[in-house]
Design a protein around this ligand. Structure first.
Ligand code: UD1
Ligand code: CA
Length: 455
């Protein structure tokens, strides 16, 4: 989209002190992704020649978390200010390149605004992305005289009159590598914060009588940055609101749009209904007529047509077939694959297991590392004993097996098809021919027994 010679510099080395967090600011999560990933995606969508990312070596996790070798990683050892950060990046761009700078804590800059900025560069030495806002607090103000930009003045260094200016600077600009390097080398730290401000390059551009243009963002939200947890929460709200609007317009019924969270990507069919308090995370696919009950949490899962997830169910890394009924209060854990028409009920936990069609596990059960055939019916309170404290073992149950209530299946174990397991059985041996399996237990009765009395 951009000229080949355009590079994007992303500044992400700041200390983020105002977040009051041990997690680097740009790694905080917004809409299921780190703030920095949002900015990198913006940078990538304009297809630059290079993306140069300035980070702080003490926050090594930034590099490992983002894990992107297409990016040129540049270390800024001491956080001396945004100007110093761009100077560190400048070793990676040549004089003929055009440079666009993005701040790693501003995830909502739009691609349209960057395109406008890029077009404006054709008629200027430097173009700045700015916005008009009723509340300019915290931003650098754009100082103009007779319509021409003179300089950017930081909030802390602004006087009473300058603070009233409503045009604020986003931090994003475009200039040639050659001009930028010359201006950067002139910056000093004689200001209240004793930092090398990137914004001072505008002052030096002006001294050279360069043409400085401003381009306004499409809306004020684009310039919202994250400097503290309050701002992060405001940005999260905006993110969720936008997603909710998109989902409603694409036909999803959200019974309570104010209490629905999507931290990832949702692909959906027709007539999907989602009740209040649902959280969807990661990559989620919901087929036609899928219903999700109140308070359910679903992560990275595929749910096929006409399946209903009832209230307060937790599902993670699971594939669920058509026409299933899951929950309420079920817990489907990673690597569980349910075929069509499966019923999973209250307080049933399943992990690392497959269940073939029309089987039912409706009450208070645990299945781990199990292969369950079709039309199996599991009575209440039945469990696999799949772990010896060190290793996990498999349980294999054939088609049409009836498992009586309160059965324990001591793995590794196989039960052939059509077997009936009596209630209360502890199964320790494979069952290879269809039969009724039970443990012989004696029932004893004590006559005239007196209940203990309260002391
Ligand atoms: C900056 C701008 C301000 C603008 C505002 C928009 C300057 C001096 N001020 O202020 O005019 O209105 O953004 O949000 O640029 N960073 C480094 N190394 C450093 C310092 C910061 O890489 O030594 C990075 C930070 O990680 C952050 C970005 O630069 O991503 C901006 O730094 P921050 O301290 O948040 O600047 P603001 O005070 O918000
Ligand atoms: Ca900031």
């Amino acid at each position: 989209m951009l000229k080949k010679e355009t590079n994007v510099v992303i500044l992400a080395a700041g200390k983020g002190t105002r977040m009051k967090s041990s997690c680097p600011k740009v790694l905080h999560i917004l809409g299921g992704k780190t703030i920095l990933e949002h900015v990198i995606n913006i940078a990538k969508s304009v297809k630059p020649k290079k993306i140069i990312l300035v980070y702080n070596n003490e926050e090594k996790e930034i590099k490992s978390k983002i894990n992107d070798t297409s990016i040129h990683w540049v270390v800024q050892k001491e956080q001396k200010g945004t100007g110093d950060a761009i100077l560190k990046a400048s070793k990676n761009f040549s004089d003929n390149d055009d440079i666009i700078v993005l701040y790693g804590d501003m995830p909502y800059i739009s691609i349209e605004s960057i395109k406008k900025l890029f077009n404006s560069k054709k008629k200027s030495k430097i173009s700045l992305l700015t916005a008009y806002t009723k509340n300019p607090n915290g931003y650098g103000r754009v100082l103009k005289k007779n319509g021409k930009v003179i300089k950017i003045i930081e909030e802390l260094d602004a006087n009473f009159r300058e603070k009233k200016i409503k045009e604020v600077y986003s931090g994003t600009f475009i200039a040639s590598g050659k001009d930028l390097k010359r201006w950067l080398n002139k910056i000093n730290n004689k200001n209240i914060k004793k930092e090398f401000y990137a914004t001072d390059i505008i002052h030096f551009a002006n001294l050279e009588k360069s043409i400085i243009k401003t381009v306004q963002t499409l809306n004020y939200q684009e310039i919202l940055g994250v400097n503290n947890k309050l701002q992060l929460s405001i940005l999260e709200k905006i993110f969720q609101k936008k997603q909710i609007n998109d989902l409603l317009l694409s036909g999803v019924t959200l019974k309570d749009p104010y209490h629905f969270i999507l931290r990832g990507i949702l692909k959906h069919g027709k007539n999907v209904e989602i009740d209040t308090g649902v959280i969807l995370e990661g990559n989620i696919v919901l087929g036609n007529n899928v219903k999700i009950g109140a308070g359910s949490v679903i992560k990275n899962s595929f749910i096929d047509n006409q399946t209903e997830i009832k209230e307060y169910t937790v599902v993670e890394n699971v594939k669920i077939g058509k026409k299933c009924i899951i929950g309420p209060f079920a817990h489907l854990r990673p690597n569980t694959i349910l075929d069509n028409q499966i019923h999973i009920g209250n307080f049933v936990e399943i992990k690392d297991s497959t269940v073939k069609e029309k089987s039912k596990i409706k009450h208070l059960s645990y299945f781990g590392n199990a292969e369950i055939g079709s039309q199996v019916n599991v009575g209440a309170g039945s469990i696999t004993c799949n772990y010896d404290g060190v290793n996990k073992f498999k349980t294999i149950i054939g088609d049409n097996v009836l498992i009586g209530a309160s059965t324990q299946l001591i793995a590794p174990i196989k039960v052939t098809k059509n077997t009936t397991i009596a209630a209360g059985t502890t199964l320790i041996k494979d069952v290879n021919t269809p039969c009724l399996v039970y443990n012989s237990k004696e029932q004893k009765q004590k006559k005239n027994w007196i209940r203990p009395k309260k002391l």
